[in-house]
Design a protein around this ligand. Sequence first.
Ligand SMILES: [Mn+2]
Length: 378
Amino acid sequence: MIRLLHTADWQIGKPFGGFDEERRAELRAARFASVSRMAALAAARGVAAVLVAGDAFDDNTVHDRDVNRVLDAMAAFSGPWIFLPGNHDAATTGSVWGRMRGLAQRRGLANVVVADEPEPIVTCEGRLAVLPAPLLRRHEGADLTQWFDHAETPSSAVRVGLAHGALENRLPEGADAGNPIAEARATTARLDYLALGDWHGFLGDIAPKTVYAGTPEPDRYPANEPGFVAIVEIDGPGEAPRIERVAVAHYIWAARSLRLDGEAGDVETLLAAFVEPGRTLLRLTLAGSLPLRERVRLEEILAHWRDRFFHLDIRDDDLFDEPDEDDLDRIDVSGFVRTAIETLRTKAADPTDPGREAARLAIRMAYVEHRRLTAGER
Ligand SMILES: [Mn+2]
C-alpha cells in the first residue's frame, strides 16, 4: 500500500492588495503556516510523498526569502515533495524553479523534486511512478497530459498523474477553461490516481480516480470549498484509491447576504453565530431598508464586530434609509428646520427626484448630529 498527500495552489507570495498592511502580513504568513501543518500531517500519517499540483507560488518573481520560508516550513516531512509548475509559476526561463532547486541544493535538501519535464519520476523504492504535465508557459492550448496515455512505468509501481488546469466538461460553469485536461485521462492513461491543481476548492469525485485538492488556505470569498488536502491510499497498481479529505485551513472566508426590513437585530444574530470571528473574514451583503434609529443601531453593531472579526467586508449599496415619523419626531425641532426636514423627506421618498440620495444623506446627518448634540447636553 502507498499513501500520498496531494495538495495544490499554495499561492505563496500572494499580495492580498485589498487589505490593510497588518492583515496583509498575517494573510501572507498564514500560507507558510499551512505548509508547516501539511508537513506535520504528512509525517503523522506516514505518507510516502507529497504531491504539489501546481501554483505553489503566486508568481515567478517571488522573493528568495519566501522560497526559503517554504523550505523551512516543509521541514517536518523529510520524504519527497514533488512540485509541478502551474500557470502562476510556469517553468519559463528564469522561473522560481531554478532558484528553488538551487536553494534546496545549497541547504542540502535532497527531497525537493521539481517536476518540470514531461517524463516519469519513479520514486519511493520503485513503488510510485509520477507522470507530470508541467506548464512551461502560463497558458497552454493543448492538453499536456496526452503523453500519459503512452508512458511506460514499472509494472510494480502505482501510476499517478500530476497536472494543473481545467478538467474538460467537469468544472462548474464559468470556470477558467485554459490549460485543458481530458476528462477521461485517468482511464485512458491507466492511472491509479490523477492529482490536479488550479481549481481552488476540493473536488473529490470530479471524475474516476481524479481529484482537485484545492488550496489548503483559502485566499478569497469562496464559491467552492477550499481549505483541504487529500490523503490518498492505493493498495497497489490497478487498485481503487481511498481518498480522505482533511481540513488544514486556519482562516475561514465566508460570504453571507441578509435582507433587512425595518430592524437591524438580524445582523447581530448573524455575526454572533460565528464561532471564531477572530479568524473569520466575512463579506456581508446587506439589502432592504431601515429607519434612521435602526441604521444608527446597525452602525453600532458593525463597529463592535469590526473589531472582533479578522476582517468584515460590508456591502450595503442596496440598503436604504427610510426615515419614519418616529425618526423625525426624535429630531425635536420646530419651525423652519422642521419644514426643511419634511421637504427633504419628501425628496428622499421620491424615486424620480434627482436629489433623492443627497436628501437621504442630509436627513441621516441631521439625525446623527442631533443625536450627538442632545447626548452632549445630558
Ligand atoms: Mn492555477
